[in-house]
Design a protein. Structure first.
Ligand code: HEM
Length: 484
């Protein structure tokens, strides 16, 4: 097998073909990739320079995000992750790659999302812009304000279920909570997983969508995997239902269903709507529940921060009915714990890949020219823990976001949990609203602690990198506030 077959799809940089035997071609390719390739001057592990299999293997370990952090500490701002792939962990990288005017687009990696269905997430250019202009209306602050009562309804349910159960797998409860919210505001009908946790077990099978070949293989062995019991199918089912019987509310997905294509004046085809349903479902639920779990885990590990948040919430609200986003969003410590949770372990901690597109002037980063076709991405965890931008970067310190009793408005240029520029997160405001309201309610109503604090301290927070982090299991004991 020649290394060229292992190079990334665009593989624009190839050596001249002088030798005909396979071993000599292989040797030539390796020498070329290491010493003469346009990216040869960029440091990185040896095997990363010669084959994409190295990166694929690191992804499979689930700890690629931590490896990238270490590699940047060792090699500096640019690290070669593949023959044609480069990672960066600096503000210069962030600003140049995600700038609206950069000759950069999403990398072919995104084609692996929603396999078989087109979606805005994997599209580029005018196809994406058309969908974005429709979805942006659904995420306007005015529309989100109208969703606040749904958010509080599910927040109340979460508090009630936790109070009744007394013990919980917090990762599962938060995941059910965010899926319930999303299915409600997106498709007009909540999946109600908080009351039917057994359904959740089926829904988690949907992670197979990220590995289409594995999915096909498993399906060949078991009919279970072709049942309508994983999120893509649930999302599609909900979407079809919504199409046939509109809820009468301005649910997020209604904007897409009632839109017409600019080119034809006709509605978008169902296959495209399926892709959008899946993307919204995954983008909006896993990210938010993982962030919430990260924040709560760090608060339970740090009594001082836990008490500071509890005091702030309990002195500002007397009952859960009083909680509202208008006030809660201005509580400095609450906002600071959210920012710090998103900094210390952003849900997209690994690598957000883009590709250098044809352009007139060379695209440079840290004085290196990155040729057209180079896959270039920001290593989010490494960026958020880069000591150039954050002191004591491995410590959870909400106070770093507060100055003179107020939240630091301008933030930090290196803070990028939602990415930046035209392809940044569409649901950012919704995520802040959801996280603010539920944290306020949990800290007002309940006392939550680890079931096994020693084990949690020993093992740390073991989220795994699968593009969006996969939540670790976190067992907790829940008591109504103040109860011994
Ligand atoms: C804490 C919660 C969240 C975080 C940290 C987050 C983070 C991100 C990031 C980093 C991206 C860019 C990914 C990439 O370029 O590969 C993204 C995109 C996106 N997010 Fe979020 N997200 C969150 C919540 C949400 C929510 C609640 C929704 C709404 C349903 C949402 C909808 C989207 C969509 C539609 C995109 C794709 C935008 C595009 O195609 O350009 N996200 N998000």
């Amino acid at each position: 097998m020649s290394t060229s077959t292992l190079q990334s799809r665009s593989a624009p940089h190839r050596p001249p073909n002088f030798c005909s035997s396979l071993p000599s071609q292989l040797a030539l390719l390796i020498i070329y990739d290491v010493f003469f390739h346009p990216l040869a001057g960029i440091p990185g592990p040896f095997w990363a320079k010669v084959t994409d299999l190295w990166h694929a293997r690191q992804m499979a370990t689930g700890v690629r995000h931590k490896l990238l952090y270490r590699l940047h500490q060792k090699y500096g701002p640019l690290v070669r992750l593949g023959p044609n792939t480069v990672s960066v962990d600096t503000v210069e990288g962030l600003n140049k790659i995600f700038s609206a005017t950069a000759p950069i687009d999403k990398s072919p990696f995104y084609q692996s999302f929603t396999p078989g269905f087109k979606s805005s997430f994997s599209s580029t250019g005018s196809v994406f812009k058309e969908k974005k202009s429709i979805l942006a209306q659904a995420f306007s602050q005015k529309k989100l304000d109208a969703m606040e009562s749904s958010f509080m309804h599910h927040t109340n349910t979460l508090c009630r279920v936790l109070k009744t159960d007394k013990e919980a797998e917090l990762d599962e409860s938060l995941s059910a909570f965010t899926i319930d919210i999303l299915s409600d505001v997106c498709f007009g009908e909540s999946f109600d997983l908080l009351h039917h946790p057994e359904e959740k077990k089926n829904i988690t099978r949907g992670t197979l969508w990220r590995w289409p070949i594995l999915q096909k293989t498993l399906r060949a062995f078991s009919h279970k995997f072709s049942r309508r019991d994983y999120p893509a199918h649930r999302a599609i089912g909900a979407m079809i239902k919504q199409k046939q019987k509109p809820s009468g509310r301005e649910d997020i997905f209604n904007y897409l269903l009632s839109a017409t294509q600019r080119a034809t004046g006709r509605p978008f085809p169902d296959s495209e709507m399926f892709g959008e349903a899946i993307v919204l479902f995954v983008a909006g639920s896993d990210t938010t529940s993982t962030s919430l779990l990260t924040i709560l885990w760090h608060l339970m590990s740090d009594k001082r921060a836990y008490d500071a948040l509890a005091n702030e919430i309990r002195s500002n609200f007397k009952s859960i009915d009083e909680i509202n986003y208008q006030e809660a969003q201005h509580l400095p410590y609450l906002r600071a714990v959210i920012e710090e949770g998103l900094r210390i372990l952003p849900p997209n901690s690994g690598f957000i890949p883009r590709q250098v597109m044809p352009h007139d002037t060379p695209f440079t980063l840290h004085d290196r020219v990155l040729p057209v076709g180079t896959e270039i991405g920001v290593a989010n965890l490494a960026l958020h823990r880069n000591p150039l931008y954050f002191s004591d970067p491995d410590d959870f310190v909400p106070e770093r976001w507060i100055k003179d009793g107020k939240i630091v408005k301008a933030g930090n240029a290196a803070f990028s949990p939602f990415s930046k520029g035209p392809r940044s997160c569409l649901g950012r405001t919704m995520a802040y609203m959801e996280m603010t309201l539920v944290l306020a309610a949990l800290f007002l109503e309940l006392d939550i602690e680890f079931k096994d604090p020693e084990a949690e301290a020993k093992h740390g927070f073991g989220a795994r990198d699968a593009f969006v982090l996969v939540r670790p299991m976190v067992n907790v004991i829940v008591k109504p506030r103040g109860e011994e």
